[in-house]
Design a protein around this ligand. Structure first.
Ligand SMILES: *Cc1c(COP(=O)(O)O)cnc(C)c1O
Length: 396
């Protein structure tokens, strides 16, 4: 089947089948092409491939069949034209910026994005004369106010990490387009199963495949889903020369991860919702951050924009850092690690880990308090997770 034929299929079907190009062996699972380079029939063909006069593989920094299968499957899932796979989520963001921006260009980004994204923008890319303004995710006036004639990108993560705030993608897309800029959405928390930013008007989607796309905590990877012309003219040259390419082995892991994505995301959502509700009934929990709760400030927007509320639940416990650390240390089932989107449930203290390199001032502004705990709800039996939380809250 070719790609356009997948348009008529539901997401779960696309996730199992799109992008697969069978070899003459007629294998029913995607093969892994672990090869760094590719051969030619003769010297003339080598020359034609290098000159770009003939399509075909040259070197796995440029193209690789397993990586291409992942790119095509992810693009089909997001309803996008084209995707570029990268070595990590951060290298997807870096590749995008290197491809689209030059000195003097301006980017508007919400405060509440992944900590490394802030560091990349503030400490690395700003060295090359790219300018950044950070705004409050849910304050649309502040996005509008920040727009300059040189604004090229609006960058947003929704739901945000770790506070699960929801940005209005349609509204930000129209703001961006009125200013001649592009809207980039980091769709890591939702995946295309729960939210398809391109259908809501966004221009580009970023993924950390490391999270739910793998879903089993094995490999680092990332991707950019974007219009074909932008991929071919702006991003491929950075990939070819800069080399932040995805390993074919990792691409294969992600291909197999995508096949179970729909069913996994549904379960992550269901268990996370139950845990968020349970947490909201605890006396020493100040606030629960989960878009599925009616009291979440953007609950209605989340219901319109997403088909599920996701697997991340954050909450603020009384007693600041020591209260948070004590609770974390009493948990038995939850892994203490900074990853998310794994089959195994994870507990993280953002202020001292994922967001520790962010200045305390910026942390404060984005609401990452010392009592904040982030849970990435895995695929264990929901009841076992609640029993674990219960004993931890009871004091061990
Ligand atoms: C983890 C993460 C990233 C970075 O991805 P890596 O694969 O770790 O480089 C970017 N955005 C969000 C929202 C993330 O959670």
């Amino acid at each position: 089947m070719n790609e356009s034929e997948y348009k008529d299929y539901a997401l779960a079907t696309i996730a199992c089948r799109a992008g697969t190009a069978m070899t003459p062996e007629l294998e029913n699972s995607d093969p892994i092409f672990l090869t760094s380079s590719f051969c030619y029939e003769n010297a003339a063909q080598a020359a034609a491939r290098f000159a770009g006069d003939e399509p075909g593989n040259v070197y796995s920094r440029f193209t690789n069949p397993t990586v291409r299968a992942f790119e095509q499957r992810l693009a089909a899932l997001e309803g996008g034209e084209c995707a570029v796979a990268t070595a990590s989520g951060m290298s997807a963001i870096m590749t995008l910026c290197l491809g689209l921006l030059r000195a003097g260009d301006h980017v508007i980004c919400s405060f509440s994005v992944f900590g490394s994204t802030i560091n990349l923008f503030k400490n690395v890319l700003s060295k090359f004369g790219i300018e950044f303004t950070f705004v409050d995710l849910v304050d649309h006036g502040s996005w509008e106010h920040a727009i300059r004639p040189t604004t090229k990108l609006l960058f947003v993560e929704t739901p945000s990490n770790p506070l699960t705030e929801i940005a209005d993608i349609r509204l930000l897309a129209s703001l961006a387009h009125a200013a001649g800029a592009l809207l980039v959405v980091d769709n890591c928390f939702c995946t295309p199963v729960l939210q398809q930013p391109l259908q809501l008007g966004a221009d580009i989607v970023i993924h950390s495949a490391t999270k739910y796309l793998d879903g089993q905590g094995r490999c680092l990877g990332g991707a950019i889903v974007a219009p074909r012309e932008l991929v071919e003219e702006k991003l491929i040259p950075v990939m070819r020369s800069g080399g932040p390419s995805m390993s074919p082995f990792n691409a294969w892991v992600f291909l197999k991860g995508l096949e179970t994505l729909s069913i996994r995301m549904r379960q992550h959502c269901e268990t996370a919702h139950a845990i968020a509700t349970w947490l909201s009934e605890r006396a020493n929990v100040q606030t629960v951050f989960y878009p599925g709760l009616a009291e979440h400030p953007q609950h209605d927007l989340a219901s319109q924009q997403q088909s599920g509320y996701g697997g991340i639940v954050s909450f603020e416990i009384r007693g600041g850092r020591s209260g948070a650390w004590d609770l974390i240390d009493r948990l038995r089932l939850f892994s203490i690690t900074a990853n998310l989107g794994d089959t195994r449930s994870i507990v993280t203290h953002p202020a001292s880990t994922t967001h520790s390199r962010v200045s305390s001032e910026d942390r404060e502004r984005s609401g990452i308090t010392e009592g904040l705990i982030r849970l990435s709800i895995g695929l264990e039996e929901p009841r076992d997770l609640i029993v674990d939380l219960d004993q931890a809250f009871a004091g061990g």
